[in-house]
Design a protein around this ligand. Structure first.
Ligand SMILES: *Cc1c(COP(=O)(O)O)cnc(C)c1O
Length: 233
């Protein structure tokens, strides 16, 4: 048992509440996604028992195995946050409630076609390459409106918002990227009022992300501790 896990989780929720209190821009509906990639099922169970319900995974194989082992925890919600290969969409469509990492129409079309019709619409976030990094996942900011319009008309999906992983800033300051995402998100909502989600902020920068209107922060290390094993795919 790792008693620190519940401690770290509670501390993160306390800090979120404090930041909310101090800062008008922080959205009252800000959610914490516990990123459990490479972490074993017993640890995930511990975090669940400490009250956490939203979990993020990067690798389809881990998502499939862990969701099967934890199937009895019916209110546990899986968020898929990793790169998506088109031959892996079926499992994501079956298991996830939210997909944070959609950056092309073909993936969205497959998720739409493969989403079981007895499940609620799969929530889709468009991943934005906000730092214009070569060979990084995500669409460029200027391409968001076109992809959003294409996704919005697909059945079994709900266009829910945007996600970004800013390039590591030399001075640990991601405020520029976060501000750009906040403005992109507001523009998107003019066209699609229901697309309010803004997924940004990880263990090193989540406090700052919240002050720029993040509605979902994705915390791995800050909750589970350092990752020592290599993920498998
Ligand atoms: C691994 C990962 C995280 C969590 O990273 P930490 O720095 O450990 O909090 C969040 N988002 C994505 C997309 C990731 O791949």
């Amino acid at each position: 048992m790792d008693n620190n896990i519940a401690e770290r989780l509670n501390s993160a929720y306390r800090q979120i509440a404090e930041i909310k209190q101090k800062n008008q821009a922080v959205r009252v509906d800000a959610q914490l996604i516990a990123v459990s990639k490479t972490k074993p099922v017993p640890l995930i169970k511990e975090v669940y028992l400490a009250g956490q319900r939203l979990f993020g995974e990067n690798y389809v194989q881990e998502l499939v195995e862990k969701s099967a082992e934890l199937a009895n925890l019916v209110d546990l919600e899986w968020h898929f946050i990793g790169p998506i290969q088109s031959n892996k969409t079926r499992d994501i469509a079956r298991i996830a409630a939210v997909v944070h990492s959609v950056d092309r129409l073909k993936i969205a079309e497959r998720l739409s076609a493969q989403r079981p019709v007895d499940l609620p619409s799969l929530k889709i976030l468009i991943q934005v390459n906000i730092s214009h990094e070569a060979s990084k996942a995500g669409v460029l900011p200027e391409d968001v409106p076109a992809l959003a319009a294409q996704i919005a008309v697909l059945p079994n999906l709900q266009l829910a918002g945007l996600m970004a992983i800013p390039a590591p800033a030399v001075d640990q300051d991601n405020s520029q990227a976060f501000a750009q995402m906040q403005s992109l998100s507001m523009k998107l909502q003019q066209q699609f009022p229901q697309a309010t989600a803004l997924s940004m902020g990880m263990s090193d920068d989540w406090q700052q992300a919240l002050t720029f209107g993040a509605t979902m922060i994705r915390l791995g290390t800050a909750i589970f501790g350092a990752r020592d094993t290599q993920p498998h795919e």
